[in-house]
Design a protein around this ligand. Sequence first.
Ligand code: SF4
Length: 414
Amino acid sequence: SRRVFLRAGYAYVPDTELITLIASAYRTSLSRALAHTSRALPQLEDDTRLFKMLQDFDRRYTGSDFSSKKATSTSITPDMLNTLSAKAFPLCMRKLHDTLVSVHHLKHGGRMQYGLFLKAAGLSLEDALAFWRLHFTKTMDHDKFDRQYAYNIRHNYGKEGKRTDYSPYSCIKIITGSVGPGDAHGCPFKLTDAPLLRQRLAAYGVTTAASSEIAELASKGHYQIACQKYYEATHNNTIIETGVNHPNQYFSESMKLMALGPNAPTPATKVELTSRRSVLQSSQSLNTSLLTPSLSSPLTPSSSSSSSSQTPIKSSLDNTTTTTTTQSQLTSTTDADFDEFDDLDMDFESLDASIEQHNAAAAAATVSTVIASTTTASVEMTSSAMASAAATTALASRGSATTASSATASLATA
Ligand code: SF4
């Protein structure tokens, strides 16, 4: 099961295995930083400005800003939306568009999520009003639309109320937001049951293998990675280098790819995709396991994380589940090298045995020290008790029980 080539004291790690080492180094660094933060928290808690900011720090979106019009060079019109939703929208927005087209209505959460997305995607206020009006007035009259819904659309564009340029929702906001019965908003990878998700993806032309992989990622809570996989499946296996963090980022990546046409980059190989997804999965599970505690409960460094810094490379590699390396991948290696590899493999095992022996001896020495110090303490306690008993007997024989008791107490204290 050796996954690296050993020679002259060096382990040659294939690039497909580097993730294990990087993840381990990242985990150690994160663990140290968390321990450091944990110590600093009591002081930070006194500063209400900082504490408020830190409280939702792990849910903050720190990617590109899509709030301003200049953030996108794209301009879209209502007549393009049916095509774009099928080709360039992430699943959350595609679902909202499909719902709007079929029932001609969206609840408040859906209007906010989809409306702000369309604004950042380049839909003008006039076009937005025309688009929403077209659908809503299929089930209500124009007056009702103007009274109840037009204000909200103008508000989103900063033309009413506080006149704020509202930002479109990031993935974190959508994933962690609340969704009620009958709502169409939220992240479908989080909210859809695996069989229904597979069915919906199949209807969108995603292959059975890719649908199963996406549904499995989603069922494990890797919603953004599932979304990334959906992007790959619908964009000729092209990857988004930074992962999916924002629906508008997904959209602009898709638009860039469409603009490139035949000059689009070569699709990623299966090994590249597997390796990339391992990085995203590792970082997401680290974020889940280490960043989840709220700031109101003190953060403690994970003992398993800190010990991982001392984990030998070998055992670290043994724990990996993403192995794809085979002998054929070490193409530059000769047969002779492999013979040597086998010999060195045996050496490595004897080295492991010596390390284990050494650790066992060190543990035994620690136990002996503890026993020795415990024995000394017991002997001291016994001597003290004997002295106290002797004193009690001596004093009692003189007929002074009270004096005997206080003498015993002071001896016991001593
Ligand atoms: Fe939308 Fe983000 Fe969920 Fe993808 S991961 S469907 S972009 S919320």
